[in-house]
Design a protein. Sequence first.
Lengths: 114, 257
Amino acid sequence: MDSIYHQVKEFIEKGETVAVATIVSTRGSTPREVGAKMVVTAWGEILGTIGGGCGEADVRREAIEVIRTHKPKMVRVDLLDDISSDSPAVCGGIMNVFIDPWWKGREEESSEKR
Amino acid sequence: MSQLVEELLRAKEEGAAAVLATVVDAGENGAVDPGDKCFIRDGQIKGGTIRHEEVLKAILREAEARLREERSKLVPLDVPEAGGKIEIFFDVTASPPKLIVVGAGHIAVPLVKMAKVLDFHVTVIDDRLLYANRERFPEADEILVGDMAETLKGRAITPSTYIVLITRGHKYDEPCLREIIHGQAKYIGMIGSRRRVKACFQRFRDEEKIAEEVIERVYAPIGLDIHTETPEEIAVSILAEVIKVRRGGKAHSLSGK
């Protein structure tokens, strides 16, 4: 498993919530592979990468929201910008990124619910 | 989630094959929520938040397939007992591939270095302590000195084992190949000129009655054709072939040239 879990551990042990964003599916050409991950902190810091560029910035924004609400979310990232543009989003693909909040008491909360 | 994180980190440390399954779409199901998880290792559930029996069974079944393929994947599962369709992301951590380098000569030195960069668990085998030692292979995970074919015989060879035979002569390569040719290795490559290799295979057919499809598994002469000249370049060519076999590539230039 990615070493990002070392960082996840560090943050959740401190009582913070982080978001783990994982590429779960892709279509066409994308900068990183299915399974690539990044961690976003409540302050918007990023650890790891899912390919950089605009897509990553969008995911970061959504991740901060996920941390606030404690509700996971799927985000579709389009990399279909015009080839002549300056945007890095010209790989030509689409990727679906699952953003999942991790916090210390989550397991316990979810078993209480049932 | 502390417990789950501990399990994830332990599996990584121990180099174990494992799957973290996460519900990404719960559909109309009601039995699970998005973000619910289940961690699978050694065919057993080692933690997570999914409690529904039938959902767990479906996940376990699918996890086996994902582990065999060594590939992470988003999979729709239909669990009628739990009210229907859900979507699960299977995040697969394959145990690190193992590379066994038989022959510790001048190609082995750059080969082992590069294989470590590529995250292989690397074993070097030779019968000469003068070659198979820590000074020459500081990065190797294991260095074994002894009769090469005999040493190979004692190794566990699995479908994630890659074997490179680059000893100092075909009279050493051949007995090694005989030892492993019927085994489970994902890749067997053997160095040698076309003529030498042909003669070796002919002996295998005539004397050992080894079947053609078994012989065809062997990559010999070893490596991709990139017109190598130096030992370092040969090492690249061999590892490129290993990657090609591991990932299922075609090895053309992507530009088509």
